[in-house]
Design a binder for this molecule. Structure first.
Ligand code: NAD
Ligand code: UDP
Ligand code: UDP
Length: 344
């Protein structure tokens, strides 16, 4: 008799695995911590679409219920729980996508001790949960583990250049410790782990006052305010559209490799070049205003994605000039309301 557990997965997986209709299928139970945030909510959309049963755990520090409101609570296989991952949680799941952590520098510097606790104690708790129930665990780490990199582009084997006592350390060192914990649970408890190092990602559901550069520039251009370029604007970042990231996260989770894997778009822009793309997309007359830069701001950042290409068969598809307009429509509606949007 065919073991139903061999057929864990959604409808698509069942068809792919040619599981006969008569065999009872156990739906994959997936926990997404931080699932009300902007990356998390897109991941939840895709998991539900695939037929998984999804539990979101979120303390709504930066996440919003509206990000998940398009799922009908009566029919969607979605349960949303208000919970802080710094406290232990008892749940029964097969997969854990661990995203809970503020990601914008403005947010993570707001309460740095809480950020470090979220990354370290929160990750420890979710690893403990994964160990207890035998779930596979994916950590969303960050390009920030490379700090102000001395290697360019950044390869996964690079150990980074991080200030351990600076204002960004709560996040950078927090995520580095989270990676350490994940690897130690993998080695000591035989836990199945996956590590993604995510590079700057943008998309329509970002908080308008998120403080990150893409959302700032788009909101400023729409409001006819000057685009605030920090420092001389020559520092670089590489911007990835959210759908590419979500695809990479799911491929990583379902694949057989631990990682870490860089997930990012290698298209690299200075902040002045980004401002120019925003001007071209929204308002050619938008002014630029220079502001002092923040402490320890990395000078450059660009992922080497050869490992993800080779082992996950993944690469991003949406260039900045295609992704940005998708965000503008949503920001316009949220800033001006639908009525005024029509008048734009
Ligand atoms: P976000 O701020 O939109 O989402 C984070 C979510 O985690 C929010 O819903 C927030 O309420 C929740 N959260 C925060 N602290 C929590 C806690 N203690 N307990 C429970 N929930 C908590 O940010 P995002 O951009 O969607 O980031 C998601 C993950 O991806 C984060 O772990 C972040 O570090 C990582 N990441 C994102 C980027 C990016 O550019 N978006 C880059 C690198 C890494
Ligand atoms: N934990 C949790 N949910 C669980 C199992 C564990 O939140 O279902 C937490 C637990 O409270 C502990 C952490 O995960 O703080 C690490 O658990 P583990 O069993 O690995 O270590 P120990 O409890 O032995 O320190
Ligand atoms: N930045 C900027 N103007 C802004 C916000 C940010 O020029 O209004 C710069 C910031 O100094 C950094 C880059 O944009 O060099 C990316 O910052 P963000 O906060 O988006 O993400 P980070 O990669 O620093 O985590």
């Amino acid at each position: 008799r065919q073991d139903a557990h061999a057929a864990v997965g959604g409808e698509r997986e069942r068809r792919a695995a040619r599981v006969p209709l008569g065999v009872r299928l156990r739906v994959l139970r997936v926990l997404v911590t931080g699932g009300a945030g902007f990356v998390g909510s897109h991941l939840v959309d895709r998991l539900l679409e695939r037929g998984d049963s999804v539990i979101v755990v979120d303390n709504f520090f930066t996440g919003r219920k509206e990000n998940l409101a398009h799922h009908d609570p009566a029919t969607a296989a979605l349960e949303v729980i208000r919970h802080d991952v710094v406290e232990p949680a008892l749940l029964e799941v097969d997969r854990i996508y661990h995203l809970a952590c503020p990601a914008s520098p403005v947010h993570y510097k707001h309460n740095p001790v809480k950020t470090a606790k979220t990354s370290v104690v929160g990750t420890l708790n979710m690893l403990g949960l994964a160990k207890r129930v035998g779930a596979r665990f994916l950590l969303t780490s960050t390009s920030e583990v490379y700090g102000d990199p001395l290697q360019h582009p950044q390869v996964e084997t690079y150990w980074g250049n991080v200030n351990p006592i600076g204002v960004r350390s709560c996040y950078d060192e927090g995520k580095r410790t989270a990676e350490t914990l994940a690897m130690d649970y993998h080695r000591a408890a035989n836990l199945e782990v996956r590590i993604a190092r995510i590079f700057n990602t943008y998309e329509p559901r970002m908080c308008i006052d998120d403080g990150r550069v893409v959302s700032n520039f788009v909101a400023q251009a729409l409001r006819k305010e000057p685009l605030t370029v920090y420092g001389d604007g020559k520092q670089t970042r590489s911007f990835q559209y959210v759908s590419d990231l979500v695809e990479g996260l799911m491929k990583l989770m379902e694949g057989e490799h631990v990682g870490p894997f860089n997930l990012g778009n290698p298209g690299e822009f200075t902040m002045l070049e980004l401002a120019r793309v925003v001007q071209e997309t929204i308002d050619r007359g938008a002014r630029i205003e220079f502001r002092p830069n923040t402490a320890d701001d990395p000078h450059k950042r660009k992922p080497d994605i050869a490992r993800a290409k080779q082992l996950l068969g993944w690469e991003p598809k949406v260039p900045l000039r295609e992704g940005l307009p998708l965000m503008v429509q949503d920001f316009r509606a949220r800033i001006f309301g639908d009525g005024q949007q029509a008048a734009q």
